[in-house]
Design a protein around this ligand. Structure first.
Ligand code: ADP
Length: 334
């Protein structure tokens, strides 16, 4: 697993649980989302009603699971956590829905990866708090209507555009989560350091924040690696120098690029004069699969303005050259 990868495995999720903000006030950044969600939840509480269904869209590691837990906490409701890939049959969904308590929050991660029949069952459940359970097979099959208690669905997806419009339209509130600013990540790091009993100065936090790719999950992960280094190699106190040296050991550079990212850019610049070069050729030069270059390395490089995908192939931008202390050749004329 990549140190700068945005998703978490099971083990990491357990470590992360200790770092989750417990209410909206503790949740850092995402001002607009927080303000809007605060209104939605307050209004529902004042009416003594269950909150509207909420759709959270945004990249992995930005706090969607955390927000769903906060929604439940703010509504003083229990929460059930599942994901689209875990629901392959409509029956799986029916079993979950029919066991919900009144007001419960159902968090459905990767909602765009649910099966079609489950999705259609969800439409009705969201709108009418009802499902039709199909009993039997073939011509003898019958649909038994089942009333559900009112619940709040919190759906999460990497892109709201991946959802079929009928599903998207059934959410009362949609929030788009943005990548975090460095200053916000510094606050995340100070907060986590505090919870983990790590001493860190502001410059140390800034150094980690700058390498965290706008993502709290990565910030927390880098902090844990830096803590290890500080304990073993120094007195445990994290300064800019300690953070920088530690992350250099892990091959995460000043902008949060790792070995793969740098390999792609370096090949582009040093072997192909900055491009344009086709994806397959580039992948062979890096010694990786096409998919790895395209899906693992490129999205962040494109987002950072270091690499451009053009109709003629991949191009290193002037910022990419500058990142390696190089000057792009002057564009040829004629
Ligand atoms: P997602 O569900 O979007 O993949 P998570 O909610 O699991 O992301 O968040 C990943 C980690 O980052 C968790 O440890 C969480 O506590 C932390 N985190 C995310 N957003 C914030 C935030 N706004 N403030 C503080 N910590 C955050």
């Amino acid at each position: 697993e990549r140190l700068v990868g945005a998703s978490a495995d099971h083990e990491e999720q357990a470590v992360e649980a200790a770092l989750r903000p417990k209410d909206l006030g503790e949740f850092i950044g995402q001002e607009k989302v927080r303000e809007q969600l605060d209104l939605v939840l307050r209004a529902a509480r004042a009416r003594g009603a269950t909150a509207d269904h909420v759709l959270l869209s945004g990249a992995p590691g930005l706090g969607k699971t955390t927000l769903s837990m906060i929604i439940a906490a703010e509504m003083e409701a229990p929460i059930r956590i599942t994901s689209g890939p875990a629901i392959q049959h409509a029956g799986d969904l029916a079993a979950i829905l029919s066991s919900l308590q009144e007001g419960e929050v159902l968090f459905l991660d990767e909602i765009h990866r649910m099966s079609r029949p489950a999705e259609e069952m969800l439409y009705m459940a969201m709108e009418d708090f009802r499902v039709d359970v199909i009993v039997g097979k073939g011509p003898g099959a019958t649909a038994i209507p089942l009333e559900l208690p009112p619940f709040t669905l919190v759906g999460a997806t990497t892109r709201a555009g991946l959802l079929p419009p009928p599903l998207r339209d059934r959410f009362g509130f949609t929030a788009h989560m943005e990548f975090y600013e460095p200053a916000e990540l510094e606050r995340v790091i100070h907060r986590s350091a505090n919870l983990l009993d790590v001493e860190i100065d502001p410059a140390g936090a800034a150094e980690i924040a700058g390498r965290s790719r706008g993502t709290p999950r990565i910030a927390n992960r880098l902090l844990r690696r830096v803590r290890d280094y500080a304990q073993v190699k120094a007195d445990g106190f994290v300064t800019r120098e300690i953070a920088g040296t530690a992350l250099a050991v892990y091959e995460v550079d000043s902008r949060g690029l790792d070995r793969l990212d740098r390999g792609v850019l370096e090949a582009l610049i040093k072997l192909f004069g900055g491009g344009p070069v086709g994806l397959s050729t580039l992948a062979v030069a890096v010694g990786e699969e096409r998919e790895t270059v395209e899906e693992v390395a490129e999205p962040f490089l494109v987002r950072e303005g270091l690499l451009a995908r053009t109709p003629r192939g991949r191009v290193a931008t002037p910022a990419a050259w500058a990142h390696f202390g190089l000057t792009p050749p002057r564009p040829s004329t004629g």
